[in-house]
Design a protein around this ligand. Structure first.
Ligand code: F6R
Length: 243
């Protein structure tokens, strides 16, 4: 069962999770971080960047793997996850660019998906995976119906996800229809996972993920079975929890 922390704000969550990551980096300067993109982890990256500066953390050995990438967006596209990770993670945290990996949205085939899996394995696996949750319960871009043993692959985005993400683009037509994502099976192999969710639009998905049945129809529900899962939510996202 996941440990659940209810906090007052996304900023508070960011401080808590950043402290946890910073402590792990002190213990293991070659930590392998799994990084989500989107709005949810922004406060964590900001707080962690502050801790890196204040405590002069040595980030030269820290590795990072992104959860996913849009198919058809090159790293030069401002909304590609390669660009987002570079802006929000690599530069502010002072990571070595060569230690930061994002699936190749321009190759987006079985061979490059397998290479991504291999790169994670070669790094010794992910120590701490940060996750957001879609309003439909997706993690990474594993939409409802994704197999719990799925691996990194190309997958179609469902319409509601494209609508949710249209805010990052000029119009919904520009939101890619496909993505490369770590699979649920890949995510589950992370030694620990931290799922973050803020705001009322996430409340139903959080309640279903934590208190509903474990089902492929609600991908995040599998985190109930992860041995080291922490869920940090604000009061709005926690508002439909009953236990
Ligand atoms: C992003 C990702 C997605 C997002 C989710 C929530 O790398 O894998 O699962 O975490 O769609 O997005 P936000 O945080 O923008 O609400």
């Amino acid at each position: 069962m996941a440990e659940v922390k209810i906090v007052r704000s996304a900023a508070e969550a960011g401080v808590i999770v950043a402290e946890r990551i910073a402590a792990q980096i002190v213990d293991n300067p070659a930590l392998v971080l799994g990084v989500a993109t989107g709005s949810t982890p922004e406060t964590t990256y900001r707080s962690l960047a502050e801790l890196v500066r204040e405590r002069s953390l040595d980030m030269r050995g820290v590795r990072a793997f992104a959860l996913d990438e849009y198919v058809g967006l090159s790293p030069e596209h401002a909304q590609s996850y390669a660009a987002v990770v570079d802006r929000e993670v690599t530069r502010p945290l002072g990571l070595q660019p060569g230690n930061v990996h994002v699936p190749d949205g321009m190759a987006a085939d079985d061979a490059s998906s397998q290479m991504y899996e291999q790169a994670i394995e070669n790094a010794g696996g992910i120590d701490l995976q940060l996750l957001g949750i879609g309003s439909n319960g997706h993690i990474g871009f594993n939409e409802p119906g994704s197999a719990f043993d799925s691996r990194t692959r190309v997958t179609a985005l469902i319409e509601s996800t494209r609508c949710d993400n249209a805010r990052f683009f000029d119009s919904i037509d520009q939101v890619p229809t496909h993505a490369v994502t770590q699979g649920i099976g890949t995510i589950l192999e992370a030694k620990s996972v931290v799922l973050l969710a803020f705001g009322a639009p996430k409340a139903a998905a959080i309640a279903a993920a934590l208190e509903g049945p474990v089902t492929e129809d609600l991908p995040a529900s599998i985190l109930q079975r992860h041995p080291h899962a922490l869920v940090v939510v604000d009061q709005a996202a926690a508002s439909e929890l009953t236990r």
